[in-house]
Write a protein that binds this ligand. Structure first.
Ligand code: UGA
Length: 445
């Protein structure tokens, strides 16, 4: 089928590439000429395992094209996706200006009946606004062309996006028109083999489903972080507690890892946006507000542990110290640092007069862009280099390569022989056996 996709960010680029991979004919549109030129040369603007090879192969096969020409793309597509960003406004609600700008562009250029699909995470009611924006442009043109607006939220995870997209666990389609659902059914047929993954519903339910999924996952994390904070005080070990509850299938093993807080472009933004939507409908989402508040506090928790260790009155204990920081990305397998917990820790360390030797396998370039050149930050090219000459080590991102360091070497590298483990990667007894002081999250000390 012929598809146009607006926005070549994570969602748009991955969706477009996967649709091309299964044989559809895809045009990806972006307003950023440099990005489009790069993509046409095979330069992928994000780090996402498996994506580059797939983009190149489909581009070479002529099934995946990149353009800034909206009219051409809309002329090409019988299905047009909106996958542009919805950054948070100052009050936490999603900023719809880019989504609605695309809607107006679609209204200006469609020539034949079209299914418009909302893939961006948008507040409940946005499909109606998109519909109105397209209708307004059609009216201004004096054109009577039938179109549908469908909500088809994306559930892909950064770092595993290609896999999530190629093997979705569900495909949510929100539409009031059975014909539009049928069209998307055909589009997604290659992803819907063996068992039924399509969950069809009305538009508003589909819009809310996306927020509910992310809010539930964020809630699990904040819940565990809260229990970890209690464990720390009562002298229990959250890792035992995690094992003790995860085996209950109603709770499950996923997303119950305590840590330095969740980050990324989705959870923080979506939890706030959903609370904001609720507020607009005169409902105070107390649980969602608490999930956000717990996470915000959790991002400062590693620094609290650092302060506790250095036992200070006035930050003097941390002042002048050098901290090796392993991991800057908000999670492994990405170079994305949006809302990353590392940003809070670094800010707190600098504020307290400490210096940082940072290493991240992928996010170094992004960190340089964010922090620029500063005297109290040295980027290192390996985890081992980062700890050389440092007083202490803080682990912020759970990259696999940080999981089993040589503790003997760590002991000789770190002047103060102390590790602050923001993702509970290590067994306290093993670290301590090497003569290193250990602090984890919720580990009863
Ligand atoms: C999240 C959802 O997991 C996807 O299903 C969703 O499609 C996506 O948002 C989206 O809305 O686009 P993502 O932001 O890529 O995906 O990241 P996650 O893998 O969910 O991780 C989020 C954060 O939670 C990371 O900072 C991670 O370190 C943290 N986390 C995760 C924990 O602290 N504990 C856990 O148990 C799991």
């Amino acid at each position: 089928m012929r598809v146009a996709i607006f926005g070549t960010g994570y969602v748009g680029l991955v969706t477009g590439t996967c649709l091309a991979e299964v044989g559809h004919d895809v045009f990806c549109v972006d307003i950023d000429q440099a990005k489009v030129d790069g993509l046409n040369r095979g330069v992928i603007p994000i780090y996402e395992p498996g994506l580059e090879a797939m983009v190149k192969a489909n581009h070479a096969a002529g099934r995946l094209r990149f353009t800034t020409d909206a009219a051409q793309a809309i002329g090409h597509g019988e299905i047009v996706f909106i996958a542009v960003g919805t950054p948070p406004d100052e009050d936490g609600s999603a900023d719809l200006q880019y989504v609605l700008a695309v809607a107006r562009t679609i209204g200006r250029h469609i020539q034949r009946p079209t299914v418009v699909v909302g893939k961006s995470t948008v507040p409940v009611g946005t499909a109606d606004k998109v519909k109105a924006a397209i209708a307004g442009e059609l009216e201004a043109r004096g054109a009577a062309i039938a179109f549908d607006v469908v909500s088809n939220p994306e559930f892909l995870k950064e770092g595993d996006a290609v896999n999530d997209c190629m093997r979705p666990d569900r495909i949510v389609i929100g539409s009031d028109n059975p014909e539009a659902v049928e069209k998307l059914r055909r589009l997604y047929a290659p992803f819907n083999r063996n068992h039924e993954r399509i969950v069809a519903m009305d538009v508003r339910s589909a819009e809310l489903t996306k927020y509910a999924a992310n809010a539930m996952l964020a809630t699990k994390i904040s819940f565990m972080n809260e229990i970890a904070n209690i464990a720390e005080r009562v002298g229990a070990d959250i890792e035992h507690v995690r094992h003790g509850i995860g085996s209950d299938p109603r709770i499950g093993w996923h997303f119950i890892y305590p840590g330095a807080g969740y980050g990324g472009s989705c959870f923080p933004k979506d939890v706030q946006a959903l609370a904001r939507t609720a507020h607009q409908y005169r409902y105070e989402a107390r649980l969602l507000n608490a999930v956000e508040a717990v996470n915000d506090a959790q991002k400062g928790h590693l620094f609290e542990l650092i302060q506790r260790h250095y036992d200070l009155g006035e930050d003097e204990g941390v002042r002048g110290k050098t901290f090796a920081v392993w991991g800057l990305a908000f999670k492994p397998n990405t170079d994305d640092m949006r809302e990353a917990s590392s940003r809070r820790l670094l800010a707190q360390l600098w504020e307290a007069g400490a210096r940082v030797r940072a290493y991240d396998p992928e996010a170094g370039e992004e960190a340089r862009r964010i922090f620029g050149e500063r005297d109290d930050l040295i980027f290192c090219d390996s985890a081992t280099t980062a700890v050389q000459g440092a007083d202490a080590l803080a682990v912020v991102t759970e990259w696999k390569q940080f999981r089993s360091p040589d503790f003997g070497q760590l002991k000789s590298a770190l002047k103060d022989a102390v590790v602050f483990d923001g993702r509970n990667l290590y067994e306290p007894s093993e670290v301590e056996a090497a003569g290193i002081a250990y602090y984890g999250i919720g580990r009863g000390r």
